[in-house]
Design a protein around this ligand. Structure first.
Ligand code: PLP
Length: 390
């Protein structure tokens, strides 16, 4: 192919690492095209469908001409519905502080843009959701990685922040629970980190996209402890609406007006028919389905963990929520990327090498997304056990 020499692209593009899982996805696609039965445990997306009532509401909205821009903050009924939903969880979040966003991704970009000057650093746990550094870099910031390990469930500790933070660090970004681990920040640490940010006048951004997919009763939103930080939410995971590109952000009063102004300039609004459709999420049938899915995910986690441990994978602590388990495969392989490639080729089971989530962990970690029904997970575990055993 002829090389096209265009003008020089921004330096930040050179630094974007590839998603190693895409190699697995490519192999999976080729195998599927040749008729192989592939079990997909690699992509961070629920396998449940969007609720039929949400789909009906979207169709009605489209027919009713809800295809134009909305208020940049989001439609008022949806902001009210989210406020009532928080109220039902014992949290007082006025609709005025809720900004509807283009997925959690839109909220993460917006919060990074609202809090980061060029050259500022953002404290973030390693391992992390791989897109998070990109939001920071896109607005000229840099990531100051917080090393973590299995003994702290791969979440930072407040004492660490005190030891390692520099003048340059303007904010702290947490995920609660996190991707790739499904681990939450323990309540006591969350309170301490909130306090530390307040005392040191740093911004705090908490990604709570998986907070409603929690398996323990006592996993509280960070909003239970403070209303002075940014909280990111999404319809993608709990409401199975990944493709609808709809999320929200709770904005602290001190940043409210300026952040809403920026949202208007960056996005104009989130998809209008998706906002209308999402109103149906809060009706009893859709809420019942979402809750049933959460319980199903917990059952999948409980099936998977002993099976993985029996194969030699090490799991530091049971995931608190989401649909991931992050395992140390060092008893099985010293090269998880090679292991994942061989596994997909020989068994049709697709899982994600941990290298996508961390530049510093040894190359023995793997993320498994339990986004398949129980019977398929059992089949996947059997294929993996046969592969390792033989
Ligand atoms: C921790 C975390 N934050 C944000 C996102 C992006 O979600 P959305 O689809 O709402 O943009 C993901 C998606 O996997 C995620 O795992």
């Amino acid at each position: 192919m002829r090389r096209i020499d265009g003008p020089k692209l921004a330096d930040r593009l050179q630094a974007i690492p590839p998603f190693h899982v895409m190699e697995i996805v490519r192999i999976a696609e080729a195998l599927e095209a040749s008729g192989v039965d592939v079990i997909h445990l690699e992509v961070g997306e629920p396998d449940f469908p969007t609720s039929p009532s949400v789909i009906e509401r979207a169709c009605a909205a489209l027919h009713a001409g809800k295809t134009r821009y909305t208020d940049a903050r989001g439609i008022q009924p949806l902001r009210d519905a989210l406020s009532r939903w928080y109220q039902g969880q014992g949290l007082n979040v006025p609709a005025s502080r809720i900004q509807i966003t283009v997925g959690a991704s839109g909220g993460l970009l917006l919060s990074a843009a609202a809090t980061t000057n060029p050259g500022d650093a953002v404290l973030m746990a390693d391992p992390a959701y791989p897109c998070n550094p990109r939001f920071v870099e896109a607005v000229g910031g840099v990531v100051h990685w917080i090393p973590t390990n299995a003994s702290t469930q791969f979440q930072p500790r407040a004492a660490q922040l005190e030891d390692m933070a520099t003048e340059r660090d303007r904010s702290l970004m947490l995920a609660h629970p996190a991707n790739p681990t499904g681990q939450a920040v323990p309540a006591i640490e969350l309170e301490r980190m909130i306090q530390w940010c307040r005392n040191t006048r740093r911004h705090l951004i908490v990604d709570e996209i998986y907070q409603n997919l929690a398996f323990t009763q006592d996993l509280q939103s960070s909003l239970a402890f403070s209303d002075e930080h940014f909280v990111i939410g999404s319809f993608s995971k709990y409401f199975n609406m990944t493709g609808w590109r709809l999320g929200w952000m709770v904005i602290p009063d001190y940043a409210l007006e300026a952040t809403q102004r920026l949202a208007q300039h960056l996005f104009i609004c989130a998809p209008s028919f998706a906002q209308e459709a999402a109103l149906a999420c809060f009706e009893p049938d859709a809420m019942r389905a979402a809750e049933a899915h959460r319980i199903e995910l917990q059952a999948r986690r409980d099936l998977l963990i002993p099976r993985l441990e029996a194969m030699g994978f090490q799991i530091a602590a049971d995931p608190d929520g989401a649909f991931y388990v992050f395992v140390d495969a060092s008893n099985v392989t010293q090269n998880s990327q090679q292991f994942c490639t061989d596994l997909i080729r020989q068994t049709g089971v697709a899982i994600t090498p941990g290298v996508d989530f961390s530049g510093t962990l040894p190359p023995t970690w793997i993320r498994i997304a339990y986004t398949q029904p129980i019977a398929r997970l059992e089949e996947a575990m059997q294929r993996m056990a046969d592969f390792i055993g033989g």
